[in-house]
Design a protein around this ligand. Structure first.
Ligand SMILES: CC(C)(COP(=O)(O)OP(=O)(O)OC[C@H]1O[C@@H](n2cnc3c(N)ncnc32)[C@H](O)[C@@H]1OP(=O)(O)O)[C@@H](O)C(=O)NCCC(=O)NCCS
Length: 142
């Protein structure tokens, strides 16, 4: 780790995303397909990364994800994010996934994932995320 990179062990945890699971999200066993949760983890990582700069952000890495409890149909899935490392062109985001059970409202921890998001310019090349905003709307970038 270079001097420029900063660890943020005490970074504030924020609610980045909250989703109600639907029948389209289930697997053949009636519980939520793990890949759907991974996709939402990715979105939550983007929401957190976007706080550090108005750029396109791409996912460079998603570390091992261990699911310790299933997610059921109708559960409310909460994605809490925290920036745990700030580099020059990338940030590392920790995403805690918890569900509020549909039937009981009980809060259950599902997993914690770590993702590295990289800021990129319009050409898709990595850029320092502290640069002036480079994001364009989908309409203007066409
Ligand atoms: C992410 C990407 C832009 C990085 O390009 P690159 O040429 O390696 O960029 P750089 O060498 O300048 O590195 C930029 C930053 O990304 C980090 N990085 C790059 N690859 C990484 C990886 N696999 N894991 C963790 N960090 C990574 C570097 O450490 C560096 O961080 P820092 O500036 O904060 O120190 C490029 O690999 C890419 O476009 N990948 C595809 C991303 C994508 O499309 N994701 C969605 C897949 S569907």
């Amino acid at each position: 780790m270079t001097e420029k990179q900063q660890h943020n062990p005490d970074a504030e945890r924020r609610l980045a995303l909250r989703v109600v699971t639907m029948p389209r999200d289930t697997n053949q066993y009636g519980t939520i397909f793990g890949g759907v949760i991974l996709s939402w983890i990715d979105q939550a990582g983007f929401v957190e990364a976007r706080r550090h700069g108005a750029h396109r952000w791409v996912t460079a890495a998603l570390d091992r994800v261990d699911f310790v409890a299933p997610v059921g149909l109708g559960d409310i899935v909460n994605f809490y994010t925290r920036t745990v490392r700030m580099g020059t062109k990338s940030v590392t985001v920790e995403v805690d996934v918890e569900v509020d059970r549909y039937a009981t409202g009980q809060c259950v921890r599902v997993t914690t994932a770590t993702t590295t998001m990289v800021a990129v310019g319009p050409d898709g090349k990595a850029i320092p995320f502290s640069s002036p905003p480079t994001a364009t709307t989908p309409e203007t970038s066409r």
